[in-house]
Ligand binder design. Sequence first.
Ligand SMILES: [Zn+2]
Length: 400
Amino acid sequence: MTEQTIFLNAKLADGALVDLIVTDGRFSAITPAAERTQATAAATIDLGGQLVVPGFVEGHIHLDTSFYGDAWRPHIPCTDGFDVRERVAFQAQNLAAAAPMAERAKSQLELCIGNGSLAMRSHVMVDGSVGLKHLETILAVRSAYHDLIDIQLVAFPQSGILSSPGTPELLDEALRLGCDLIGGLDPASFDRDVSGHLDVVFGLAQKHGVGVDIHLHDGGSLGLFQIEEIAHRTKALGMAGHVAVSHAYALGDIPADALNKAGAMLATSGVSIMTNAPGNHAFPPVAALRQAGVTVFSGSDNIRDSWWPYGDGDMLSRANLIGYRSGFYEDRELAAAFDVVTYAGAKALRLEGYGIAVGAAADFVAMPAEHVPEAVVAVPGARTVYRRGRAVAKDGKMAR
Ligand SMILES: [Zn+2]
């Protein structure tokens, strides 16, 4: 049976006041509110001129390692400056004492959905230390939340690939079990073998026909070299649009001429860049990269885990943070920050049927804001989140 709902008086990003007709979970028509002629038998919801935007895209999160919804875990500092291996050890220690992973992942998912994210990419640890245990749990959670949010999973070698015995085989199995992408982690500083690490990553991507999303924290010329290697391989393998580098801190601390070259290379090879605008750290220059034609998207990354205590699962406040840290003041800049958490994210994640358009999935957020720039600076907490045309959360809380 066809199910139809008409949402009256929705304000779109371009200022148009429209009625949104949703049929079987998709926008079937969008008509000017001023041209409304007749009452209809379909259910109607008056949005009262609220701003309507597509569901946010949470492009980088870790569903398996957050303690959100669990007891507070005080941050443990590294003993002699930041050290990934030491942090991984702290994480293992914390996880051993944590609430069951499925419960924690669900708490985090509901936080994100409540704030308006309806598509997500989560990295999940797959390596010699945990095997496929995390993945099995998160795959089940993904199934349980299928009606509420689209989730892509990245097989993430948190303990390295070459330095963690058995990991290449586990990653292969993870892709067979249902991971959508293959991940990686600092090929140079972690495995100390850029080619060896990328051979495994891109080899598995080719074997399984999946995309790539690599964590790359290495800075300066070491990081830049790896970004170039990833771009070269992406181009050579015809994987444009299927590869992302997450963090890519190097892009934030190299000279302008090197950045220009890197931006052009990333754009032509079709490698997107994920940044969460981290605190107290150089990060990729969002405006310059967008100007160069690079797809820049964002995510919460860690939320209350063993790496840092921050994160609120709200991609609108993430857009605010990106704008704040990037020195964005003009409306067009604030709109760019918003694009990073919506349309650019959808492009990076290769989402189909995204946006407020006829034929697109009716996944949207309604909130009291004059327009997108105001939403980015005000971050209204009052929001209603609609999934396939049905209200699933209001003011941050899941509808039950
Ligand atoms: Zn991450």
